[in-house]
Design a protein around this ligand. Structure first.
Ligand SMILES: *Cc1c(COP(=O)(O)O)cnc(C)c1O
Length: 359
């Protein structure tokens, strides 16, 4: 069997040892004589797994005790709606920083539920940079400030987060959660669909200050954070297999030396590919401004669409998967999440150098 060089944007590469372990215990989970797919979410075996996965995420991300970890469904896209539904009341305004398509989508959902404003935006510049903290307009009386920590499509990433004082900071961390150490205390609520850095699609992780998770009587039960906080994310059947896989990925991160070690590896991978772009005399052009470059998603163009087409075709023939840019922006993109090995990035670098040489 030959494994592809997987640069998919999401669902994305998973660590090989995780897949192998899951395969090895697929038919018999912990001596139950059943697959983890077949056991009850009310069984003691599942309950233990569920709690262990939470604990290991808490350990790895150093999540303080006054934060709750929720395992929800509906993807980051449902969080675009749940955040304003639960946290934005009619009198208040929510502040959104626009740095790409995902933040636009989050804003559009909030508009359905209350007043919104845009505290900063890089839309005019094709979302090629992260607005500076000085540019940000924050009044101090907003219900919350929302930002997208890594912009999966445009390949930009926040380095430093705004100090929001009384205003709760809310972050969509779908495409860079667990890729670098984060001070959780800066945030009131973090959400992430799992399918980029955490595991397979199907589970959405929410990390939130406990006091934010108040009941909202007028909302459907399933859409209230309090429902899931009170039932330890077991109000209804959780996505058990996705949570099991998340647990395996977290174990892998722990064995790899934790988030700091993963961060250095990520930096080495990204620096190598950005250097390939920067040293190509303009043959490859990065989309993001240098100071805003993402360590997770590298979006770049070639001198013509024709060459981009050839590049993608030859790359596919050479075993590279997922290098086509997002359908909204075109070009090329290499998503190099935690589980993408350095060797895959080296192979891509060599391919890029050879392709440039030839053309
Ligand atoms: C992928 C992605 C989403 C969408 O996630 P779903 O789980 O498919 O809803 C939202 N935000 C960011 C930053 C993403 O990368």
């Amino acid at each position: 069997m030959k494994r592809a060089f997987n640069f998919n944007a999401g669902p994305a590469a998973l660590p090989l040892p995780v897949l192998e372990e899951a395969q090895a215990e697929f038919l018999d989970f912990k001596g139950t004589g059943m697959s983890v797919l077949e056991i009850s979410h009310r069984s003691k075996e599942y309950d233990q797994l569920h709690n262990e996965v939470q604990e290991s995420l808490r350990r790895l991300m150093e999540i303080p005790p006054d934060y709750r970890i929720l395992f929800l469904q509906g993807g980051a896209s449902l969080q675009f709606a749940m955040v304003p539904q639960n946290l934005l009341s009619a009198e208040q305004t929510a502040n959104y920083i626009l740095t790409g398509v995902w933040s636009e989508k989050a804003l559009a959902e909030a508009e359905r539920f209350g007043k919104v404003k845009v505290g900063a935006s890089s839309k005019e510049a094709g979302y090629s940079y992260i607005p500076s903290l000085e540019e940000l307009k924050l009044e101090g009386d907003e219900a919350y400030l929302h930002l997208t920590t890594n912009n999966t499509i445009y390949g930009t990433q926040w380095r430093q987060f705004p100090q929001t004082e009384e205003v709760p900071l809310i972050a969509d961390m779908s495409s860079d959660i667990l890729s670098r150490p984060i001070d959780i205390n800066q945030f009131s609520l973090i959400y992430a669909g799992a399918q980029k850095n955490l595991g397979p699609a199907g589970v959405t992780v929410v990390i939130a200050k406990e006091r934010l998770l108040q009941a909202k009587e007028n909302l459907p039960t399933m859409l209230q954070y309090s429902t899931h906080a009170q039932s330890n994310s077991l109000f209804n059947t959780p996505p058990t297999f996705a949570i099991y896989m998340l647990g395996k990925v977290l174990e892998w991160v722990e064995k790899s030396g934790g988030v700091k070690a993963i961060q250095s590896e990520n930096q080495a991978k990204a620096e190598m590919l950005y250097a390939t772009i920067d040293q190509s005399n303009g043959f490859y052009q990065g989309h993001a401004r240098k100071e805003s470059r993402s360590v997770m998603n590298i979006s770049f163009n070639l001198p013509s669409q024709e060459l981009e087409g050839e590049f993608l075709q030859e790359a596919a023939a050479a075993g590279f998967v997922g290098l086509k840019g997002h359908r909204l922006v075109g070009g090329c993109r290499a998503s190099i999440y935690n589980a993408v090995p350095l060797a895959a990035c080296e192979a891509l670098r060599d391919f890029m150098l050879a392709f440039k040489q030839k053309n």
